[in-house]
Design a protein around this ligand. Structure first.
Ligand SMILES: [Zn+2]
Length: 449
């Protein structure tokens, strides 16, 4: 007896879409077959929808506790579920306190309590002076560590110098965890900024944070990884030139992976100029040519994972400010991943497989999340059902489940619908709305992987 059978969904099998039934027991896939004959407590008609594994987003900022007026775990995770994401990892900064000690981790866990609609991990922070906290944080189950090589934009999360990073990496290496780096070189940023005559538009903002800053910092990170043996992730790579440096390091045997975000693949600095501060982020959105080149690099398999870097703020920190003074962070968790699927359409099988790999399978693998990331027997029954829309629709503010109804993707055209998202065999969202008021997402400590 299954708990639930979902009849007639399409999964990718042997490079084509195949109609199957999904049998779920105890939150896991118990049978996946063209026709399941067993009985079940509950049966659901999948109506031939496309079924993908639940998304695994390793890069979100929910600012809980302390800045829940920016987002919060309940609203952020609800939006994630509506996007087809069933696991996320939350960054250590922008909450108060920052997650730079075990005490702070416990404070965050207590604040999240039972407020997450999806399963989650938490990153620990590396800041100057918290060396002694790193090993205890690893033991307490953080998914990995995060450091900033340039100012984070937040006074309570200081950037790390080369020597701070070296000391931290020496301590992280034996834990087997990975250090994720915001890699922009502050000296290159300062020089570029000083050269600027105007600091007004999205184009000026992009000029103030050139790709060279990313390359320079990435090279330092690679040197330190070689020296210490600490595995690293370069997060939110904005441009293809950085990838050359990363590929060279991979060939040298450095344990380095890289992430990009939907906004670098979907939007350019010209779009940012139209959208305004809702499309401000660091590194900034680049030229159309660079956006296209990055998309090609994704197709060429040069990127390891895609994460949303969902980093919202209250509207006042965007609206009442000039582009330069506005908060730098893109809110987009609810539509970034669906827009990537929409970009190619569900029938473009090889592209959908590529997005699945980058948004589900690889993020689960690099974090050793053994129960997540693919539609396989005994894994958590985390999946999303997707239907193509008959006519293209436009993303509207009132569809957003986030704390504030703002997103860089408002007005974007989308041709698919995330019909439902399932976590461990239970539907969390249906047609973009929450089904259950009581969230049941759980913390997955890294030691519990
Ligand atoms: Zn981030």
């Amino acid at each position: 007896m299954f708990d639930t059978i979902i009849r007639d969904v399409q999964i990718i099998k042997n490079d084509s879409w195949l109609h199957v039934d999904l049998g779920v027991s105890d939150g896991s896939f118990a049978e996946i077959a063209t026709s399941i004959s067993g009985s079940s407590r509950k049966e659901v008609d999948g109506k031939g929808a496309f079924c993908l594994a639940g998304g695994v987003d390793l890069h979100v900022h929910f600012n809980d506790p302390g800045r829940t007026h920016w987002e919060g775990f309940k609203t952020g995770s609800a939006a994630a579920a509506a996007a087809g994401i069933s696991f996320l990892a939350e960054m250590p900064l922008n909450s108060i306190p920052s997650t730079t000690s075990v005490d702070a981790l416990q404070t965050k866990l207590a604040a999240i309590d039972n407020k997450s609609y999806v399963d989650f991990g938490l990153w620990g922070g590396v800041v100057p002076g918290n060396n002694a906290d790193l090993e205890p944080l690893a033991k307490a189950g953080v998914i990995g560590f995060k450091a900033f090589m340039a100012p984070s934009g937040n006074d309570d999360f200081d950037k790390s110098s080369r020597s701070t990073l070296r000391e931290a990496m020496l301590r992280i290496a034996p834990t087997g965890l990975r250090l994720a780096l915001h890699a922009e070189d502050p000296i290159v940023l300062e020089r570029a900024s000083n050269r600027l005559k105007r600091k007004v538009s999205a184009f000026d903002w992009e000029a103030s944070r050139p790709v060279e800053a990313e390359i320079s910092a990435t090279k330092v990170a690679i040197e330190l990884s070689l020296e210490t043996g600490c595995p690293i992730t370069i997060v939110h790579v904005s441009s293809v030139e950085v990838l050359t440096t990363i590929q060279n390091a991979k060939r040298q045997g450095v344990d380095i992976i890289c992430e990009t975000c939907p906004h670098y693949l979907l939007l350019s600095r010209a779009d940012a100029d139209c959208i305004g501060a809702d499309a401000k982020c660091a590194p900034p959105l680049r030229s159309k040519a660079r956006r296209r080149a990055l998309e090609q690099a994704v197709i060429d398999n040069l990127i390891d994972t895609i994460g949303s870097d969902h980093s919202p703020s209250p509207p006042s920190m965007k609206l009442d400010q000039s582009f330069f003074d506005a908060w730098g962070g893109i809110a987009g968790i609810q539509h970034g991943y669906p827009l990537l699927l929409s970009r190619y359409g569900m029938n473009a099988l090889s592209r959908i497989q590529m997005i699945q790999k980058l948004c589900c399978q690889s993020p689960a693998e690099v974090m050793s999340l053994k129960s997540k990331g693919s539609l396989d027997l005994t894994k958590d029954a985390d999946f999303t059902l997707i239907q193509p829309l008959e006519s293209t629709s436009e993303i509207e503010a009132d569809a957003l489940l986030t704390r504030h109804q703002r997103s860089a993707y408002l007005g974007s055209k989308i041709n698919i619908e995330v019909v439902s998202t399932w976590l461990r065999g239970r539907a969390v969202t249906m047609n973009g709305q929450l089904l259950e008021e009581a969230p049941f997402g759980k913390f997955m400590p890294r030691s519990d992987k």
